[in-house]
Design a protein. Sequence first.
Length: 393
Amino acid sequence: MRSGLKTITIKLGWILGSGACTFAATALADASMQQTVNSVIDEDPLPSVRAQGMGGALTTFADNVDAAFQNPAGIGGLGPVKDDAPWVRKLYFPAISAAANSNATSLVSDLRNNGASTDAVVGKAAVDSRANLRQYGRVNIAAGIVMKRVMVIPFSDTQIAAVPRGEESNILDTHYRSMSGIGYGFSVQDPSRRLSLGYFGYNAARKEVHGPLAYDQLIDSGQRNAAVAGYSSDYLGHGDNAGLIWRLGNLGAPTLGVTSKNIGGTRFKGRGGASDLIIRQQSSVGFSMSPRFASSGTANVAVKIDQLENKSLSLNQKYSLGAEMLLGGIGSFATFGARAGYNYAGPSAGINLNLGLISCEASTYAVDLAATSAARVTEQRLSATVYINVAEF
């Protein structure tokens, strides 16, 4: 059994390289596409499964780890905090997220259902049959603390995407990115708790691998390591994000949210001769309504316009719509939530369950792989997060 598993994971886990990343490693397989289409890697090193399930429209609702990049004004929560509430609001130890595109889950299912763990030949056949397919996988691990309205969170994020150069191609244009670092932020509210302002910054080390790799190279460890070493670049960088959440009234809780990521452009300085990498600033604005129903239910409905500085995209490519129904609390404190969304790439949906000590979220969402062109080239991805929160109250 162990030999069969080793054969499979060597082929799929060629660069993630650790047992903790097995899920993302086995997620390296999805539909074919031409070289002119880029497989999308999420620039944010802290994923938001909630935002993914709402089509990205979370600017006015973010109140958890996702507030770091969705809107720092939500750090520490959006609602009133009781005077006798614990000083430590949340302590995540850890928060684990994973994501993969849709055919990756099909591959994992094939490996499991056909007994690949005990038959290396079956496993090799399943993997080889997807050699010409688009690939995406991700694993993120973080451990954070929220003290009143201050958050500190170390993180490690690994993503990989590979694109065949053409139909039935044995050459994969590969993009691998890992980031590890620490983030820190805070928010403040006015006495009426209608206006919140927030900041989140992070320092991170980043490794990038770009280059064409033959599928056969993924099998031989010597060829694999040599090829990866030839294409890798290392960086160090610092990013700044800021946001505002303004509750305009009480009836239906109409709310305006504004956020800006990578303020002034985030510069990752290249090491060992690598050129600097600059991530451009992206701002967004969102509006929402949150009518209450029953005694402990809330319905959130939102619209968001993203990438305001990007003039190459039409308005149709920048908007997103999202809605969610929450029971037993607000935001990330709700016991149960169901959500749905839509943007230019397509529909999305998700759920969450908060049991206090353990919370989990899952979403399915669409990604536009040709964001700078008029034609959509999309893929469906699945994501999930589990939080171990030892300070929930």
